[in-house]
Write a protein that binds this ligand. Structure first.
Ligand code: CTP
Length: 409
């Protein structure tokens, strides 16, 4: 199987009957050239023995934090040395632990210590899979950058029919290969991402802004980091915790964002402008608080600088990616902005539709390329949209730009 030759895979197995199918997954991984190490939870060992996996992988199987006095930090070493951690089957309990940072055995502790690529294949009874708690835990781990191979519909061990059956080992293997390949797609590249709203102050206690939460930019930054890129996130005020491994530059106004972008542009290969930059700002902000007793003010506004337009004048060979958040004529408006702002890619994003736009975890969007090529997407999480976008970015970098002229390096 392509992509796993010489790769180190850490296979985490939690306690579900689908553990028996993971014997086949381990065999397929070994056959495709991977060096597979296994961590089993206590309940996993009730379904399949550690000896089975030791025999299949040729490596000792780790089951506890406390087994080897010469290795007091097995959770750190196991997570650090792996090119990818694959959890199959991932039970509802294990996913809940991942979503909440609970570390009470070797597998959950290793997952909390992990900083690289993690892929999980859930498997459980339909009622547990569709329970609101599991649905939101899976959404949460996706937001954290974990890749999820959705469970499928079918007959379950308990006799029920429905969603919750673990994906087939061959399909999990394909997903593992894709994630491993992805993890180095942007190695050596620097991606600049902007996000969140900007604030344009009227006086020290009032400002004009917009409802952007910064979730999309965080998803883009995380997706770029997962592909091995160096990532700088220039963010307006969001209150979000920055993704791991991403350098964050905090800004407030459109003018500050412009300065921060221009300052870091030189070393970057890609600029993704996901920020909702204010188009206007008060022409004469007051330096002291305006008082009600002075009457209702009339605000005179002036345009802010269009950052993308300014950057396109000094684009060099770097890729420029914009977002168009639109209520009407979404594709037409996005195509026009792609041309006017000299972009390579634009994400046309529907605002005002339930589940899409500002403050939602999902989006209804399309990715449009310069020179044609449009990918209309179904409603998907912002993390999935970020994945599609970064795949398109990596594709353009690889296809169009070899041998690679490096912008301003
Ligand atoms: N953008 C920018 N600088 C601005 C305004 C927007 O760089 N001052 C970027 C955004 O980050 C986004 C793209 O331009 O990637 C499109 O932004 P959008 O607000 O949809 O479009 P505008 O150009 O502001 O046009 P309009 O408000 O008329 O739709």
């Amino acid at each position: 199987m392509a992509g796993l030759e010489g790769k180190k895979v850490l296979l985490g197995i939690s306690g579900g009957i689908a553990a028996y199918k993971v014997c086949e997954l381990a065999r397929l991984m070994v056959k495709s050239g991977a060096d597979v190490k296994v961590v089993m939870t206590e309940s996993a060992q009730k379904f399949v023995t550690a000896l089975t996996f030791r025999t299949l992988t040729g490596n000792p199987v780790a089951t506890t934090m406390w087994a080897d006095p010469s290795s007091p930090y097995p959770h750190i070493s196991l997570s650090e040395e792996a090119d990818i951690i694959v959890v199959a089957p991932a039970t509802a309990n294990l996913i809940a632990k991942m979503a909440n940072g609970i570390a009470d055995d070797l597998l959950s502790t290793t997952l909390l210590a992990a900083r690289g690529t993690v892929l999980v294949a859930p498997a459980m009874n339909t009622r547990m899979y569709l329970h609101q708690a599991t649905v939101s835990n899976i959404a949460r781990i996706r937001e954290m950058g974990v890749a999820v191979v959705d469970a499928c519909e079918g007959g379950l061990a308990c006799g029920d029919e429905g969603a919750g059956r673990m994906a087939e080992p061959a399909d999990i293997l394909t997903a593992v290969g894709r994630e491993v390949e992805r993890s180095s797609l942007l190695e050596g590249r620097t991606v600049l991402v902007t996000g969140g709203p900007t604030r344009e102050y009227i006086d020290p206690v009032r400002f004009i802004s917009n409802p952007s939460t910064g979730m999309m930019s965080h998803a883009v930054a995380q997706a770029a980091a997962r592909r091995g890129a160096g990532v700088v996130l220039i963010s307006g005020p969001t209150g979000l915790t920055p993704p791991h491994g991403v350098d964050v530059v905090d800004v407030v106004s459109a003018a500050e964002m412009r300065d921060a972008v221009l300052e870091r542009l030189r070393g970057s290969d890609v600029l993704v402008m996901a920020a909702a930059v204010a188009d206007y700002r008060p022409a004469r902000p007051s330096s002291s608080k305006m008082k009600k007793s002075e009457g209702v003010p009339t605000l005179e506004l002036e345009p802010t600088v269009d950052i993308l337009k300014e950057v396109s004048g000094r684009k060099g060979s770097r890729l420029l990616v914009g977002f168009a958040a639109e209520t009407d004529d979404v594709l037409e408006n996005a195509r026009r902005k792609l041309g006017e702002k000299g972009l390579d890619l634009i994400v046309a994003n529907k605002v005002g539709e339930p589940g899409s736009g500002f403050g939602t975890t999902t989006d209804l969007a399309a990715i449009i390329k310069r020179g044609g090529g449009e990918q209309a997407l179904e409603m998907m999480t912002k993390s999935e949209l970020a994945d599609r976008l970064l795949d398109a970015v990596a594709d353009l970098l690889l296809k169009g730009r070899d041998p690679r002229p490096r912008p301003g390096h």
